[in-house]
Ligand binder design. Structure first.
Ligand code: P6P
Length: 337
């Protein structure tokens, strides 16, 4: 939680200290995370200036999801690829914005990790100055040799992630990540160009009084989901429960970041239109679920742990129920009725 200390820990220093604690961690992984933070600093600068230059608005292109590609989406996608393609730590990348695997240029050394990312999640909010975010997930390759990464290296269940996190571009820019040994938050100080440790060992509250969902989809949900939502916003004297508050930004990184710090639950259930849910498994649900679980929370798809879903396609979607353990259990009680 918020750290008050005269010790200034940059993310670089933190990663090295973490690496010293973990046996077998190589400098590879630390260098990979450092390269990523450079990309976030560049994206942060552009996002912060979006209102000042003609960066707003759509490019007129459409991505493989059929979504209008916002200029900053395309910019962030390129920045991350170029920041990461030459470090020698990756054998391939995958982005929400691109249909297939992004190969490492042949003249660069390949490494033993793959990177999956959503370059700018919540991009439909860009033009109205609402917080948006970059989400990333890192897996160790599973195929032998040092050739280009294959689909098999990407289609791994979420519990195989070696690191994951997000950067939220909001009133302040913050990087939150886990490497499997707790969750750490770094607030960006533009005056020195560093991410400074501000939230040491984040733990999600055991229970919260906020539920976060797009209630506009109510009519499309399974009736068990409808019954949970009806219960969530009502008093339940028999269980000494007051009505929860609804908070929904429509930018998953912002909604889950609030859930991580304040507690409660974020849901994007399946519905009759999106029968597999809307959110993507590999570069949205898995990394956010890894972070929340590492902070003591739960992440389910309505039937199983998200991190145990065996992926079949790069861009497959999943329903998502993520947050404080007690709140996720409350949702699941209604789903099993
Ligand atoms: P809806 C943003 O486009 C996004 O992918 C997530 O960031 C967000 O949680 C969700 O879609 C919002 O979807 O259908 O509520 O607008």
């Amino acid at each position: 939680m918020p750290l008050v200390s005269n010790k200034v820990t940059t993310i670089e220093r933190h990663i090295i200290e973490q690496q010293e604690r973990s046996n077998g961690a190589t400098g590879d992984f630390s260098a990979l995370l450092r390269d990523l933070t450079l990309a976030f600093k560049i994206i942060n600068r552009e996002v912060g200036q979006a209102g000042l230059v003609d960066a707003l608005g759509a490019t007129g292109n459409v991505n493989i999801q059929g979504e209008i590609v916002q200029k900053l989406d395309a910019f962030a996608n390129t920045v991350i690829y170029r920041a990461m393609d030459h470090g020698g730590h990756l054998c391939g990348m995958a982005s929400e914005e691109d249909e297939g695997i992004l190969e490492i240029p042949p003249h660069y050394k390949r490494g033993k990790y793959v990177l999956l990312f959503d370059p700018l999640d919540g991009s439909s909010n860009i033009d109205v100055n609402v917080s948006i975010g970059t989400i990333f997930s890192i897996l160790r390759r599973v195929t032998p040799g040092d050739g280009p990464g294959t689909l098999q290296d990407f289609l791994q269940p979420g519990f195989k992630q070696v690191a994951a996190g997000y950067t939220i571009y909001g009133p302040s820019t913050m990087l939150v990540y886990t490497a499997g040994r707790g969750v750490y938050g770094f607030t960006y100080d533009p005056s020195v160009g560093e991410f400074i440790l501000s939230h040491d060992e984040i733990r999600i509250p055991e229970h919260g009084t906020i539920y976060s969902v797009n209630e506009g989809n109510y009519h499309k949900w399974d009736e068990r989901v409808q019954r949970y939502i009806d219960w969530a916003k009502s008093d339940d004297p028999a269980h000494n429960k007051k009505a929860y508050s609804l908070r929904y930004i429509g930018s998953m990184v912002a909604d889950i970041h609030r859930t991580l710090l304040y507690g409660g639950v974020f849901l994007y259930p399946a519905d009759i239109k999106s029968y597999k849910g809307k959110l993507r498994l590999l570069y949205e649900a898995n990394p956010m679920s890894f972070v929340v679980e590492q902070a003591g929370g739960r992440a389910r798809d309505g039937g199983q742990r998200v991190l145990e879903i065996i992926p079949e396609q790069l861009h497959q979607r999943t329903p998502l129920i993520v947050g404080s353990p007690k709140n996720v259990e409350e949702v699941e009680r209604f789903l099993t009725l």
